[in-house]
Design a protein around this ligand. Structure first.
Ligand SMILES: *Cc1c(COP(=O)(O)O)cnc(C)c1O
Length: 388
């Protein structure tokens, strides 16, 4: 084995990472406070499912707790148990409910199952009759057809005098399917349906709105709002300027800058032909890093419907993806950047303060939620705390 001089130490991983993610926790806290202001008199929860939308449950959970959130939503019980470590006295709701075998997880970590079907209700009744009372929440379907008791069943259940006393939901909730489209009449329809539910469950707290619903105004706020994507800087409402601060910056390192001649082709399939002598930056991110193949500058089906492919930002300029994105590598056209301003080792921003997450998502035919939760395992992460 080579005996390296002790001065030849390992570099800071972040400084040489092929792909890296910077999470601005100050912006995350500010975004939560903004959603709390927009929620008016309602309390504001924080949705941290899927590892806090891919940005890290621990750091994001602590930040949101410190910002003031005391109600959290996770998708599955494992996320709830992890979050409990960082949010000791918060109420943690588990959206997928409870399954046989998980009783102890819910009771020991004080997690609140969100019950969404007759079967889950029946199971919960048997659990509480065996182990004693424990808070639960009830999801009612008002038109999404995803999770929840059918509306009329829920109302009948609310009015059922034989309902066991041990059944004590602390929250009744429903979810809007078109909150991101304020002009959709279906929002009003779901609102009216949920108002009936709220009346039937008088005295129990109610919740209807995720990020988008908060923007629909006070009628939609009820007792508790449930923002997710807006906290992480994503667009909640289509077609209006996004008022949230960017939280995540994804970057990839330039491995090589090469010259391509007019007429040559670029990447798999040779689907992109250079229309001029060009300089190409080859960066170390690909679809394995969640930089979706659909963002390719050519040679993917989406380019026939969405004109523009992906683009990055480097040396003060937007640069387009050219040719197909590959598993580990993506090629950007940097011809318009003066050669002295860019070199191998520099980082190209894939999304962040200079390249809006949702613009990249649109170019991939998807949504910011999917880009964030697809980042993959190779990112070196840096968390910036507000007082750093
Ligand atoms: C994911 C989710 C939310 C948060 O939605 P955003 O659009 O990210 O704000 C709220 N409620 C439920 C039931 C969800 O599944």
């Amino acid at each position: 084995m080579t005996d390296f001089d002790s001065e030849l130490s390992y570099p800071d991983d972040f400084d040489i990472a092929p792909v890296r993610l910077t999470v601005d926790l100050g912006a995350l806290g500010d975004n939560w406070r903004q959603m709390a202001r927009r929620s008016g008199t309602a309390r504001t929860a924080a949705v941290v499912k899927a590892d806090a939308y891919g940005l890290g449950l621990e750091d994001c959970g602590i930040t949101l707790y410190e910002a003031g959130a005391r109600d959290f939503f996770v998708a599955v019980v494992q996320e709830g148990m992890t979050l409990r470590t960082y949010a000791p006295d918060a109420r943690i709701y588990v959206l997928s409910g409870i399954w046989p075998g998980q009783e102890r997880m819910f009771f020991e970590h004080d997690l609140v199952p969100v019950l969404a079907s007759e079967e889950q209700l029946a199971f919960w009744m048997s659990v509480t009759s065996e182990y004693g009372d424990h808070p639960c929440a009830l999801q009612v379907d008002t038109g999404f057809n995803r999770l929840g008791l059918p509306l009329e069943d829920a109302i009948a259940f609310a009015n059922d005098v034989s309902r066991p006393a041990s059944f004590s939901p602390v929250l009744v909730l429903s979810h809007l399917h078109s909150g991101d489209t304020p002009s959709s009449p279906l929002n009003q329809k779901q609102l009216s349906a949920f108002q009936r539910v709220a009346e039937a469950f008088e005295g129990i707290e109610t919740s209807l709105s995720a990020s988008a619903g908060i923007f629909l105004g006070p009628d939609y706020h009820f007792d508790l709002t449930r923002p997710g994507i807006a906290l992480y800087g994503g667009e909640a409402v289509a077609g209006v300027p996004n008022p949230m601060k960017p939280v995540a910056k994804a970057e990839a390192r330039i491995i090589q800058i090469r010259d391509g001649k007019k007429g040559e082709t670029v990447s798999y399939g040779g689907t992109y032909q250079l229309s001029r002598d060009s300089r190409l930056a080859v960066v170390s991110a690909g679809y394995a890093d969640g930089y979706k193949r659909a963002l390719s500058g050519s040679g993917v089906p989406l380019r026939k419907t969405v004109a523009q492919g992906g683009f990055g930002f480097v040396a003060g300029r937007k640069v387009p993806v050219i040719g197909r994105i590959t598993m580990d590598l993506t090629i950007f056209d940097v011809t318009d950047i003066p050669a002295s301003n860019i070199q191998a080792g520099d980082y190209v921003e894939l999304f962040g303060p200079n390249v809006a997450l949702d613009d990249v998502a649109r170019a991939a035919g998807t949504i910011g939620y999917e880009l964030l939760t697809s980042l993959g395992l190779r990112y070196e992460r840096r968390y910036i705390y507000p007082d750093d």
